[in-house]
Design a protein around this ligand. Structure first.
Ligand SMILES: Cc1cc2nc3c(=O)[nH]c(=O)nc-3n(C[C@H](O)[C@H](O)[C@H](O)COP(=O)(O)OP(=O)(O)OC[C@H]3O[C@@H](n4cnc5c(N)ncnc54)[C@H](O)[C@@H]3O)c2cc1C
Length: 460
């Protein structure tokens, strides 16, 4: 049957552009449709770190012996096996070969930048020179070079489907384009409050503290488009939330070591310097908020630094206390009353912590960074919540070939998905920096290859 393209890719982030390049390399005629006025989506704003095991960059850095097996074991254990093993396995197996593909395409990854990006000591985080923007630029340059068509400012509103269930094209309002395979690469839904409410209640619970760091195009269209042709959804209430005092819409990834976090009982419940990949989850278990407590000396010495410019800085903290946004009191029991936490618990916690600081060991939570005693009034308490949405993890269920699955467990013919719009890859805990961008490239490339093969099969 005559058709406009073999493959149509919806979305031009890391996943969509990887898919387009791979599909073109496999001989398909390809169109990329992008709702925004430029390519790149959240991928362009991203650090672009790539979480992978067994790469040439690791080897150059002297990190030998890391394997897909080790990555798989770590990934599954961290997530208590509450993810789809076959999809995770595919990511682990393809992480190194796809990393090499991207490196060979011209994205620069330096051996000295490979780092342990998550919960675990094995360095698997690979930051590219120029961040996600450079990855987008390299892939988009290749897209253009390979003759892949691109239309911008065109938000896809529907999928065309045959009576037998086969997806055979897209619609943008009244306009249509036909194809043999569609790849949904529309990113997440962080910019869509209704979808946050529906699919990511933990994030919705932070109310107006919550904000999303990515593109406005992250409207969850892939989920809606997929559902309109019978796709199933996986990964409820998943994503990455960073902890914030909610003063402004600034992104600070880490809390300073000089404060302690306490719960309603006035007790510490976490190493405050725990990886950002787990700290939000620990606060979530305390009911979604906690109090950061520190003293006047800590406030006075809190100077801006590369990781803290916006919140944990002396004059900001003073101003927020003057405004009443931070509790300030001359005694710990008054502070406890203002924060509505147990005063006995808080006094005991601070006493133990101060003794630990003086002895040089955090006997409860093993914190090593920036510890200071809490002794000099006035004392401060500021509420913090996991509220900054970095990416969302609920989305379409795919199999290990990137085919979108229907309720009957069968792939919906002609429909593929990759990137943040996929839901059965992420568990309750983020494996680490690069654990979202990496799979976008891995599954983007795989979806492109498989969509091209599927289209070629229909030609035979
Ligand atoms: C600031 C920031 C830093 C980050 N840093 C990292 C990091 O270092 N490591 C990591 O692993 N992850 C990181 N992430 C997350 C990661 O970058 C994203 O999960 C990933 O880039 C998503 O890629 P994608 O291709 O799936 O979606 P996107 O890059 O968001 O692309 C989707 C595109 O689809 C378009 N689109 C949506 N709906 C339609 C429609 N109906 N029709 C046409 N087009 C449509 C959108 O406009 C968008 O351009 C970061 C995210 C942000 C925002």
């Amino acid at each position: 049957m005559e058709r406009d393209y073999d493959v149509i890719v919806i979305g031009s982030g890391a996943a969509g552009l990887s898919a387009a390049v791979a599909a073109a390399d496999a001989g398909a005629s390809v169109l990329v449709v992008e709702g925004d006025t430029r390519v790149g989506g959240s991928s362009r704003l991203s650090g672009g770190h790539f979480y992978a095991a067994g790469t040439s960059a690791q080897e150059e850095a002297g990190i030998t012996g890391d394997t897909a097996d080790a990555m798989f074991e770590h990934y599954m254990t961290l997530n208590q096996w509450l993810v789809d093993p076959a999809v995770v396995r595919r990511y682990c197996d393809l992480s190194a070969p796809t990393f090499e593909w991207l490196r060979n395409l011209g994205v620069v990854f330096r051996k000295e930048n490979v780092y342990p990006s998550g919960v675990g000591s094995t360095p698997r985080g690979h930051p590219p020179e120029g961040g996600g923007e450079e990855v987008v630029n390299v892939l988009d340059g290749l897209r253009s070079h390979k003759g892949v068509d691109l239309v911008l400012d065109s938000r896809v509103t529907g999928l065309l489907q045959d009576a037998d269930g086969r997806v055979r094209g897209i619609s943008i309002g009244q306009d249509t384009a036909s194809c043999a395979s569609v790849i949904l690469a529309t990113g997440g839904f962080g910019a869509n409050p209704e979808m946050i409410e529906k699919y990511y209640p933990q994030a919705a619970a932070s109310g107006d503290w919550g904000w999303y760091i990515g593109t406005d195009g992250a409207q969850g269209d892939g989920i809606n488009l997929g559902e309109s042709v019978g796709a199933t959804i996986a990964g409820h209430d998943r994503g990455l939330l960073l902890v914030t005092p909610g003063f402004s819409r600034d992104l600070e990834v880490l809390l300073p070591g000089w404060l302690i976090l306490v719960n309603k009982q006035g007790r510490r419940f976490a190493n405050e310097a725990a990886p950002y990949t787990v700290l939000g989850g620990l606060i979530q278990r305390e009911g979604g908020s906690a109090w950061a407590v520190f003293d006047e000396d800590a406030r006075r010495l809190a100077k801006p630094n590369p990781s803290s410019q916006a919140y944990w800085v002396d004059d900001v903290l003073k101003r927020k206390a003057d405004e009443g946004r931070i509790c300030r009191a001359d005694a710990l029991d008054s502070l406890a009353e203002m924060m509505d936490v147990d005063a006995v618990g808080l006094a005991g916690t601070v006493h133990r912590y101060n003794a630990d600081v003086q002895a040089g060991t955090d006997t409860a939570f093993l914190k090593t960074q920036g510890m200071r005693t809490i002794t000099k009034p006035p004392f401060y308490g500021v509420e913090v919540k996991p509220a900054i949405v970095c990416w969302t993890g609920t989305g379409l269920r795919i199999d290990a070939e990137c085919r979108v699955l229907g309720r009957d467990e069968k792939p919906i013919p002609g429909l593929f998905a990759a990137g943040e719009t996929v839901g059965n890859l992420h568990g309750d805990r983020y494996i680490g920096g690069g654990g979202s961008f990496g799979p976008c490239i891995v599954f983007g490339k795989l979806a492109g290859e498989n969509a091209a093969t599927h289209s070629a099969g229909l030609n035979d």
